[in-house]
Design a protein around this ligand. Structure first.
Ligand SMILES: [Zn+2]
Length: 166
């Protein structure tokens, strides 16, 4: 063999060796792997963000609907809304309607001296309570319990036995 032939064979062997070496280093596979990981990270983060926003949006929608319904129900006045005064037994009583806990309830109930149409002043001790009219100064034993009056008002509303006052 000539030197040239030996050199050519040697180069060929070395070239094959280098090629085999480079082929076994998964550079392209590694780069692809990194890109794939980056892609999955970005899309995963976006998906997560989308899910978070979906939950937030759903929560806000439910919250908004709840308050919208409450707002509408408070604004739609019931037919008995103007029924806000009546006489039970001796006293004239006045009250307001308030929408609380999902229904219209008697609120701010107060007794009046009927002839004077003046709110009574409650005076009492532990054993008894009295009411006095600041106008005619009539003292009366306070016998009409507000809890009883609330039930009487409700009974008249339920039976629609109240006077409609505008
Ligand atoms: Zn009076």
């Amino acid at each position: 063999m000539s030197l040239a032939t030996v050199s050519a064979i040697a180069l060929g062997v070395a070239g094959n060796f280098v090629y085999d070496y480079i082929k076994d280093v998964p550079v392209i596979g590694y780069i692809f792997h990194v890109l794939k990981w980056a892609y999955e990270f970005v899309t995963g983060t976006l998906n997560w963000a989308v899910k978070v926003w979906a939950v937030v949006f759903f929560g806000l929608t439910v919250y908004g609907c709840y308050y919208a319904v409450l707002f509408i129900r408070k604004r739609i006045k019931p037919p008995f809304y103007n029924y806000r005064q009546d006489t039970f037994r001796k006293w004239l009583w006045k009250w307001d309607w308030e929408y609380t806990k999902g229904k219209w309830q008697v609120a701010n109930l107060r007794p009046y001296c009927k002839p004077c149409d003046v709110e009574l002043v409650e005076m009492g001790d532990l054993n008894s309570s009295k009411s006095k009219c600041p106008s005619c100064e009539r003292d009366e034993r306070y016998q009409e319990l507000p809890e009883e009056i609330i039930r009487l008002i409700r009974a008249r509303v339920d039976k629609k036995a109240y006077k409609k006052e505008e």
